[in-house]
Design a protein around this ligand. Structure first.
Ligand code: AMP
Ligand code: GLY
Length: 416
């Protein structure tokens, strides 16, 4: 079968590599892809939001399956449009993807369905939001309502910084129109875990739980990023916690979405905080996470296309999904200014590395035959090892073989 993957980051590189392994895939395309993806798929220069061009390409090339990976096209309804055009697609419709597309929607959804999450209020009026901040217990969390590449969240220690953050989001629109409304919520303390799950709208099958590292710098300092490194499985997510999460969060979410005519098919992402008062949802995403995918998907033993088919066809309950009993681990090499000021176009050199390293490309392109940086997160250095200590040694032992101007990475991935 011919498959087209939509997207062009490290997550899509990992998805393409996994699809490439499938015996069923005869031809793999990726739009727009990147320099690393070009080694496993034919990259097509179509942007992820050019819906008409994607549909036209899928029709002329007789694509059997379109795999929509990033948040924006999902939230804007690419899967709806593909289905309307009679093209088989993997990913939630926009009605279901709203759980990521609007934080205000997802908070209200959790509240009305008694799914544990931080207490909150939503504001579209700056003055009212400001008044609310006056009586808040600090720290407080401010979230731009819409999509902001994982960066629309500010954690503020006191009223002064909260007022500044609020005016940046609502008045200066530093996260664009995503900041027209803002969610102000309680700060949760605990360990963070990501649970990705496949679902056909009824049955849910969880992947090994992973841990992302969202802050830009070591010891969780600096601004939030899309994620600077990850590992899976994480042992903090014990069987007991997994059962509690399944009963109180995962199953209620999937059934409430169906009940509200937003049946979710695809991969659903649960960003969880393990608090002393139980597990709470920090956020939902309507897709695979990045960089979590780079450490989770390589552990999948079952043919990926079989899993994708079962989600689309509603037959997930019949499929047993097998995972490698190993540890996936990755560190992101980012551009110096990420997440604020990203300079693109620096040449990248990579000295040969050992076979147990896989480099997923996040933001790269070929410029006149030279590999250059093309985004905030540039490369994701990944290994699959027997345990986390071994994985850390493998990756950190070789990561300096990657060189470009102002490159930067966290040195503490997997330590906590
Ligand atoms: P989000 O985009 O909602 O996942 O938020 C990004 C990051 O901000 C999360 O991964 C957490 O590290 C942090 N965060 C978000 N909401 C909260 C909260 N209510 N309490 C503590 N940390 C939070
Ligand atoms: N790594 C976080 C995300 O994909 O949203």
């Amino acid at each position: 079968m011919k498959v087209l993957v939509i997207g062009g980051g490290g997550r899509e590189h990992a998805i393409c590599c996994q699809l490439k392994k499938s015996k069923k895939v005869t031809k793999l395309y990726c739009a727009p892809g990147n320099a690393g993806i070009a080694e496993v798929a034919e990259c097509v220069p179509i942007s992820v939001l050019s819906f008409e061009k994607i549909i036209e390409f899928a029709k002329t090339e007789h694509i059997d399956l379109v795999f929509v990976a990033p948040d924006d096209p999902l939230a804007l309804g690419l899967v709806n449009e593909l289905e309307k055009a009679g093209i088989r697609a993997f990913g939630p419709t926009k009605e279901a993807a709203i759980i990521e597309g609007s934080k205000a929607f997802s908070k209200d959804f959790m509240k009305r369905n008694s799914i544990p999450t931080a207490s909150y209020e939503v504001f579209s009026d700056f003055e009212k939001a400001k008044q609310y901040l006056e009586k808040f217990n600090y720290p407080v969390v401010l979230k731009a309502d819409g999509l902001a590449l994982g960066k629309g969240v500010l954690i503020c220690e006191d009223e002064k910084s909260a007022l500044l953050g609020l005016s940046q989001i609502m008045l200066d629109k530093v996260f664009g129109m995503a900041g027209s409304s803002v969610v102000i919520e309680e700060f949760l303390e605990g360990k963070e875990v990501t649970v990705l799950a496949f679902t056909d709208g009824e049955t849910v099958k969880c992947m090994p739980a992973s841990q992302d590292h969202k802050k830009a710098f070591d010891n969780d300092k600096g601004l939030n990023t899309g994620g600077m490194g990850a590992f899976a499985p994480t042992l903090t997510y014990t069987e007991e916690i997994a059962n509690e999460t399944l009963d109180n969060i995962i199953l209620p979410t999937i059934s409430a979405l169906s009940r509200e005519n937003r049946t979710f098919k695809g991969v659903i992402y649960f960003g969880l905080m393990l608090t002393k008062n139980g597990v709470k949802v920090i956020e939902y995403n309507a897709r695979f996470g990045d960089p979590e995918t780079q450490v989770v998907l390589p552990l999948l033993k079952t043919d990926f296309v079989n899993v994708v088919d079962a989600c689309i066809d509603g037959t997930l309950s019949d499929l047993s999904i097998e995972w490698e009993n190993k540890t996936g681990f990755c560190v992101v090499v980012a551009s110096g200014g990420y997440p604020s000021n990203v300079v693109k176009g620096y040449p990248i050199t990579i000295e040969p590395m050992s076979k147990d390293i896989k480099i997923f490309h996040s933001g790269t392109r070929i410029d006149n035959g030279v590999l250059v940086t093309n985004g905030g997160r540039v490369l994701c250095v990944t290994t699959i090892a027997d345990n986390i200590e071994q994985a850390r040694q493998i990756v950190y032992g070789q990561i300096d073989k990657i060189k470009f101007t102002d490159s930067r990475y966290r040195t503490d991935i997997g330590i906590k």
